[in-house]
Design a protein around this ligand. Sequence first.
Ligand code: SAM
Ligand code: SF4
Length: 339
Amino acid sequence: MTVIQHATRTGLADRYGRVATDLRVSLTDRCNLRCTYCMPEEGLDWLAKPELLTDDEVVRLVSIAVTHLGVQEIRFTGGEPLLRRGLVDIVARTTQLTPRPEVSVTTNGIGLARQAEALKEAGLDRVNVSLDTVDAETFKKLTRRDRMKDVIAGLAAANDADLTPVKVNAVLMRGVNDTEAPQLLEFCLEHGYELRFIEQMPLDAQHGWDRSTMITAEEILGMLTERFHLTPDDASKRGSAPAESFLVGGGPQTVGIIASVTRPFCGDCDRVRLTADGQVRDCLFARTESDLRTALRAGADDEELADRWRRAMIGKLPGHGINDPSFLQPSRPMSAIGG
Ligand code: SAM
Ligand code: SF4
């Protein structure tokens, strides 16, 4: 039996031959920023504590994913994962699994300066830090909080703790930070961070996304090439990696663009998501979820939970359909799904 055939039988395979090996785990839907492309100023109706998986429940499901379902990469996200008290312990227990998965965290960076060392000691491999601007005023406007310095300090701490390569995620919004692509790249080149732009997606809680005003990958590339010499990075074959990568000035540093809207990569998707309340989502844009928490709390054994998880993947659609006129945004926003 080939590796693919084996994975199709035992792993998280869908009807289109894709096998999910990359698990995104949301540890909380709460956040200490209010990015305008993500959530409203007043925040959201957060999940109540009893609904959230406990640390032990998170580790149990992650462990089943790794030991029974072929998951190789775990990314903890949210909401803001650094707000989860048990994060360091969850990371430590995840990095002790066999086979050892790659473990990373996506964070807004606030509080990372304090936690970077402990996360490294817990075995964390890498961090992705979201930073959409290097202008303090724009940061305040975009996130509705005056915390840019904390993020910059968090990035530096991650680098010092060797949580590398430190990746920076940036979303551009027209009229807000859309002219800042070159400055962001300059900042990242100067500090040795790997910058990736993400096209804004219809996943905001306010349903305010507008296809006609979003900044496209092509526009971003246009702005960057006015200032930098970019060449396609052939070494990093796109595969299931969503970012198209470019060498800056001949390399070795790179910049990536994740064109989820204008150049979808659903055919190569290897992702699956677990929400903070124990629901499996086969796609960011899925309109249905599969409940693992109820079975888990009712005493299901690992085999049964693994089976439920496998079955949850069968309905995965071939694509997200954002560009289809009949597209409907999922009812959960990105912050509650785990981006
Ligand atoms: N709070 C953490 C952070 O901001 O990195 C983790 C969760 S956040 C939902 C994960 C990533 O999703 C961030 O890089 C953020 O910029 C991105 N994101 C949030 N809403 C988005 C949207 N509507 N379109 C594209 N990216 C979005
Ligand atoms: Fe919070 Fe991340 Fe959403 Fe910004 S993008 S509001 S930091 S969850």
